[in-house]
Design a protein around this ligand. Structure first.
Ligand code: FPP
Length: 234
């Protein structure tokens, strides 16, 4: 295991569920289910390593364009995750956050999300941020709109204030973004927040992304020289 700096916040694009299922001649929904089952393992490992914030890209603003049965499967899976996992997460001191739009989700799902966020609000352990109906551009546009509605004068708008209006207000920017499934795209995830994030792409599909792959990501991160646009003094 790596002994260098540990990222405070890791954000994950959990890609490759469909390919995992296709390789096994299974329906895509089984890939998403296997993806769900992998979440706990990976979060536990992150937590053991000292990571404090984990953000999971579970459903993007673009995912509504997938076939309707896949969309309803993912919505159902989110309900199941909340129903089955909230209590255990709460017992482990995990604070649950949601980032993304709520208005396109059913009233029932919105209530479930509110309940699990409220129940775990004061927990002091890992913060688990679930990005559901999330898009980076939507995040930026909703922040601009809310600032306008609040009547914020133009000369008071700066990066710090803007960040407070994003869905991720109070959550530090990600240090490391992991994308599984072999792609190198950011796909409208945390556009503002990823300004100085390190990026790790794994060829492994999300349901198979296990301990070895997590260690590889953490080792790669530890070996990076993060300069944030500055130069190091000799
Ligand atoms: C991308 O794989 C994955 C998703 C769009 C959904 C991610 C969902 C999970 C990991 C399950 C947990 C779900 C919730 C609701 C917490 P893909 O389908 O694009 O894979 P492909 O590129 O191989 O087709």
């Amino acid at each position: 295991m790596s002994c260098g700096p540990v990222p405070r916040h890791i954000a994950v694009i959990m890609d490759g569920n469909g390919r995992w299922a296709a390789a096994r001649r299974m329906p895509r929904s089984e890939g998403h289910r296997a993806g769900y089952e992998n979440i706990r393992r990976v979060i536990e490992q992150f937590s053991r390593t000292g990571v404090r914030y984990v953000t999971l890209f579970a459903f993007s603003t673009e995912n509504w364009d997938r076939p309707s049965e896949e969309v309803s499967g993912l919505l159902g899976l989110l309900q199941e995750v909340i129903r089955l996992e909230t209590e255990a997460l709460h017992k482990n001191g995990v604070r649950i956050r949601h980032i993304g739009r709520l208005d396109r989700l059913s009233r029932e799902l919105q209530d479930q999300i509110h309940e699990s966020v409220e129940k775990t609000r004061y927990n002091k352990g890992l913060t688990l941020c679930v990005a559901f109906d999330y898009g980076g551009r939507t995040d930026i546009v909703q922040a601009a709109r809310r600032m306008a509605l609040d009547g914020v004068p133009a000369d008071q708008i700066d990066e710090k204030l803007f960040s407070c209006y994003l869905f991720t207000a109070d959550i530090p920017d990600p240090d490391l973004i992991i994308r599984t499934g072999g792609e190198f795209r950011i796909s409208n995830f945390l556009l503002w927040q990823s300004a100085y994030a390190e990026f790790h792409s794994s060829p492994v599909n999300w349901p198979d992304f296990g301990e070895k792959e997590v260690n590889a990501a953490l080792e790669e991160y530890a070996s990076r020289d993060r300069r944030f646009g500055r130069v190091h003094e000799a």
